[in-house]
Design a protein around this ligand. Structure first.
Ligand code: ACM
Ligand code: ZN
Length: 779
């Protein structure tokens, strides 16, 4: 073979290869979270081995440049050399400007064929500009190894961007399960790529103390370790055997903590430490039992500890000395201006019995144990303030009176946040309904075991941290929101990733992008590109729920049934005769007209295969279905179903009260009315009620059914008392049905009286009770 015959095919191959380089040239720009404005222009800037970078010498800006260089080097193999002049071609310029409206975190990105100019007031903004820049490239840019045959093109465009909220957080509980530093950094990387800026590190709780405190070595020698019960269900663990070694756990040394904080700072993330008090502290009493009211030496809990009765003694001065010493070391380590002190779920029964705590109540002139908690938190706040730090606590710190400067993290719903903002306090919203990423995100039958609940991706995307109850001034106190990842049921980094993303992606857009720019369909499309980025990073993200939701709607005054799923672009096939859906069944295109009782079964199909399982709902027609209906008082924001119409949609709630069909009322009654449209004969009117007292849901005290004629004159009334008493454990669904001797009427009213206050024997005594109701059946 002559030389030419070798060289020519080689040249041809190189030529063909370069022609087939992967490119983003036909892809639309897809950035998550959605920027304020993007204007795309003709052409591309191409990163190649001659591309240069120019950046300010200021330390933080330099760190951003280093971060960009490192990512580009990994996947492209190019080491960007420093440029010498802003006029040089093929240059990326990071530029600190003084454009007030951009704030600390906004940025502007101008990309033309031979230059990229990224401008911001601060390194924070530069960092977010870099995140957008990376998302303008193919997802391969995130690969951890050098990728060949990719054209590293960036579409010419102008982007103007800044965040909606200053607090865009993710939390991680490392007490219930310990996660190594390597994962903490990976989690921080995920937070950073979402333009989020807070990592809330839940460092202490009943299942292990995770931060080295030099003055109290037993915290990490004893309180960080528990006996290994990882093979058991969290709620069914057995206590330590005599002599059994505590081998499960771990902690972060102060050096590791400094390293994590520095790593986060390079990514513009502030690390907020949480040191729990006065409750959720039983692990401390494995090391220093004298600090609890009972003074008994405990073991570190290897699983569920509930009710969590052991608590710091609020009457013992040594407790405050201990906490101030601990906080001194924490404040020395963490540069953040906030310290989170927990404050949630502090069970007060030991305080009620403890002579020292009772003495404190007397000497301080406090009314009760709630005020004692308030005394405790205020005292800690004063200490933190004296060192120039601010206190954050969970919304329970409102009980007994808020500490003067405290910021409230509202988790039990929105109300705590509303109350705090109304009192002029700053608030971070993280209600369980939208922000608890330890809850299920898909059908529990097909998901790893979780703590319960149901917070789907779409639910997270629907989160609005600013409740309507707040006026403009009060709304300014809502700093933002945060996703919480509690780890009772999450033992590995892979599982923590699975629970966190892509719900973190939805939350990031909620918190970064303006409300008017939130658009579920657009998000779903852009999410596909984000998932490609996760693939490059080997992130174990959740593929989401393969569930078809079956919901009735009223469209053009007609009752119809809508089938929807959170899966992007997968067709839904359905049947109406009770048979299993197949790829040959009808494909769903628009809401279905239904005019009689039927069973709907529907599933998602990919390549002709049913995914996971088909959803199923029975629609039972009765005289009320699809008729105009009203609720005098709205249901709880947490359990609104689809409002009044859900009570006359022919669909019954399941044995899960969170399924979206049940309406929940907390502390208030059900007052419902349906208009049959004309006078009809009526035999019976019934309604279903749900009870699960463990979840604070009780049967109503009584249910009143009234029939009214066309002039709204009452013509019959029936009052019924549920059979189920509140002593019955577990879930009961009771159909309460009033019989009428054939009567002719048009309007029907249903009033269910809530018992309103949880009875004394119950752990939630004194709090507002729930009632849950579904289908009002008229026959
Ligand atoms: C919490 O979930 N106990 C704050
Ligand atoms: Zn005490």
């Amino acid at each position: 073979m002559n030389k030419f015959s070798i060289i020519f095919p080689a040249i041809l191959l190189v030529f063909l290869f370069s022609c087939t380089r992967k490119t983003n040239e036909l892809k639309p720009i897809s950035i998550i979270p959605q920027p304020v404005t993007i204007e795309q222009q003709e052409g591309y800037f191409e990163i190649n081995k001659k591309t240069r970078i120019i950046y300010p010498i200021e330390k933080n800006a330099k760190q951003v440049a280093e971060y960009l260089k490192e990512i580009l080097k990994k996947s492209t193999g190019y080491e960007l050399a420093p440029g010498s002049s802003n006029n040089e071609k093929n240059t990326i310029i990071l530029n600190i400007t003084g454009k007030e409206e951009l704030g600390n975190e906004g940025y502007e990105l101008k990309i033309v064929k031979d230059k990229i100019i990224l401008s911001a007031n601060k390194s924070n903004g530069l960092f977010y500009g870099v995140q957008s820049l990376l998302q303008l490239l193919l997802a391969d840019i995130f690969n951890q190894q050098q990728v060949e045959n990719v054209k590293w093109n960036i579409p010419c465009c102008n982007i103007y961007d800044k965040p909606r909220f200053p607090w865009r957080g993710m939390h991680l509980d490392v007490s219930r399960h310990f996660f190594p530093v390597e994962f903490i950094k990976r989690y921080i990387d995920l937070i950073a790529m979402h333009k989020m800026n807070i990592f809330h590190w839940h460092l202490t709780d009943d299942n292990g103390w995770r931060i080295e405190i030099k003055k109290y070595p037993l915290l990490t020698e004893a309180a960080a370790w528990r006996v290994d019960r990882e093979d058991m269900h969290w709620r069914e663990v057995t206590p330590p055997e005599p002599g059994e070694e505590a081998t499960y756990g771990g902690f972060y040394t102060q050096e590791e903590i400094r390293d994590v904080i520095a790593y986060a700072a390079q990514r513009q993330i502030t690390v907020i430490p949480e040191i729990e008090m006065p409750g959720h502290t039983s692990e401390v009493f494995a090391a220093y039992p004298e600090l609890s009211c009972r003074g008994e030496k405990l073991y570190v809990q290897p699983g569920s500890y509930w009710p969590n009765t052991d608590i710091f003694c609020a009457g013992n001065e040594d407790v405050f000395t201990f906490l101030e010493d601990v906080l001194d070391e924490v404040m020395e380590l963490f540069p953040a201006k906030y310290i989170h002190i927990g404050g949630d779920e502090a069970t007060k029964q030991e305080w009620e019995k403890c002579p020292k705590c009772q003495d404190r109540i007397k000497s301080e002139g406090l009314k009760n144990e709630h005020e004692l908690q308030s005394y405790f938190i205020k005292r800690i706040e004063k200490y933190l303030n004296s060192k120039g730090k601010l206190l954050i606590g969970w919304d329970e710190i409102l009980e007994g009176g808020l500490a003067p400067e405290a910021t409230v993290m509202s988790w039990r719903g929105f109300q705590g946040g509303i109350d705090a903002a109304t009192q002029g306090h700053d608030v971070i919203m993280c209600p369980t309904s939208h922000c608890y990423f330890d809850y299920y995100q898909g059908n529990p039958d097909f998901e790893p075991l979780a703590i319960g609940g149901f917070t789907s991706l779409k639910k997270v995307y629907s989160f609005n941290p600013i409740p309507e109850e707040l006026n403009e001034v009060q709304s300014k106190h809502i700093l933002g929101g945060q996703g919480n990842v509690w780890t009772e049921y999450i033992a590995t980094p892979e599982h923590a990733e699975y629970m966190s993303v892509p719900r973190m992606t939805a939350l990031a857009e909620v918190l970064w992008s303006e409300k008017d720019d939130h658009n579920w369909e657009s998000f779903q499309v852009r999410l596909q590109d984000q998932l490609s980025r996760f693939d490059q990073l080997n992130v174990n993200y959740s593929k989401g729920s393969w569930k078809v939701n079956i919901f009735p709607i009223m469209e053009d005054g007609k009752y119809k049934v809508e089938l929807e799923s959170e899966q992007f672009d997968a067709p839904i096939y359905y049947t109406l005769d009770g048979s299993e859906p197949l790829a040959e069944s009808d494909i769903y295109q628009s809401p279905l007209m239904i005019d009689g009782s039927t069973i709907i079964k529907a599933g998602l199909f990919v390549d002709g295969e049913l995914q996971e399982y088909a959803s199923e709902k029975e629609i039972v027609f009765h005289k009320g279905v699809g008729k105009n209906s009203y609720l005098k008082e709205p249901p709880s924001r947490k359990y609104p179903a689809r409002g009044a119409m859900s009570l006359v949609d022919g669909l019954k709630g399941s044995d899960n009260y969170r399924d979206g069909y049940w309406l929940g009322f907390q502390g208030t009654d059900l007052n419902f009315e349906v208009d049959l449209g004309k006078e009809e004969t009526i035999n019976t009117v019934g309604a279903s009620f749900f009870q699960n007292t463990g979840n604070w849901i009780f049967m109503p005290e009584r249910v009143t059914f009234e029939i009214l004629d066309s002039d709204k004159k009452m013509i019959a009334k029936n009052i019924l008392i549920p059979d189920a008493t509140s002593e019955v454990k577990g879930t009961i669904i009771e159909d309460i049905k009033a019989e009428f001797d054939v009567i002719v009427g048009r309007y029907i009213k249903v009033h269910a009286k809530n018992i309103r206050t949880i009875p004394d024997w119950h752990e939630g005594a004194g709090s507002k009770s729930w009632i849950f109701v579904d289908e009002v059946v008229v026959e």
